[in-house]
Write a protein that binds this ligand. Sequence first.
Ligand code: PLP
Length: 396
Amino acid sequence: MRINPGFLNLQDRYLFALIGQKVREYKGQHPDQDIISLGIGDVTLPLSPAVVAAMQQAAAEMGRAETFRGYGEEQGYAFLRQAICRYYAQKGVDLLQTEVFVSDGAKSDLGNILDLFAADNTVLIPEPAYPVYVDTNLMAGRKIIFLKGEAQNGFRPLPPAALHADLAYLCSPNNPTGTVYTKDELQSWVDWALRRGAVLLADSAYEAFIQDPELPTSIYQIPGAKECAIEFCSLSKTAGFTGVRCGYTVVPQALVREGVSLNGLWLRRQTTKFNGVSYIVQRGAEAALSPEGMAQNRESIAYYMENARLIASALQELGLWFTGGQNAPYIWLQCPGGMSSWEFFDFLLERCALVGTPGVGFGPSGEGYFRFTAFGRREQLLKAMERLRQLRLSSL
Ligand code: PLP
């Protein structure tokens, strides 16, 4: 027996482990200090009443013989796939129900989709990036080319025309940088993919946070995208489902490579290796996408976006360069005084008991940058901004 050598190429997941260790050490030395975290990538507001009511009703149905359900369709119940199609229709995107696949979240699908592609495909990853893109490809032994995000390209890198890759990741709104590609920029990606025969893996987990009506919330708003892109979405941040678990992936019928429909392949993959999401959760997801549910989601999103605005205005006052926070729950700032990501992490922890995420943890282009998230509670966040203001960072 030989183990998959791809796993040996993974780096230890030291980022969050090291953050945890540093915070524990600090707590040990300062037991009375109130540590505030602006590093969490998890929601803090509860589920909306519409979702809770739908899941309670579904649980009651499961407790009666006449309405009990066993296995459902692997790709999701028709009622939820239709609700997802209606959600897309509001964005001006027409989807067939057969193009929508319900799952337990975007992370699983982002990893599982790689089953469809040969191990010797080359993959293009713009970085800094959500670490799942890199690790899942390393596990599969695939060659990775990185595309550098930097202040000069607004952390929205575009593919050089001469560059070839078979697969490319897009994450817009971006975790960690909070940036969003414009329609023209996404069009460049689509045109590049069509010219190269590449497939775009478009992660739209944060689409619901986009406030500017001019910005695209789905890759399929871009002409040609159905011939070259798979889109991954999630109710985790849109509707507070991080603990409930539900997402969906769109594989258009028009996406064909080597004469084979990727939609058909994904259906085959899912029906072989996946047995669907629980009925109760799917009823909750349907409620989250209903007009009532969406109105309630928007209230939570508005709360987080107000947090983002408060962080942004504090950073502006302090004269720090940052991006994000306007159409995404992430704010990506340049560390003051030329500090490295980890130096700034230590500085904030030591000087004001504030925790964020060192940008270098998302790739080498993140060195010298730092991520704050807007998912915290308002009282804590206001306290955190007050502490930042007292530091006089601009004079460093
Ligand atoms: N994609 C991005 C960019 C994320 O930041 C996350 C979660 O943090 C996910 C996908 C995973 O979402 P899910 O909870 O649906 O698995």
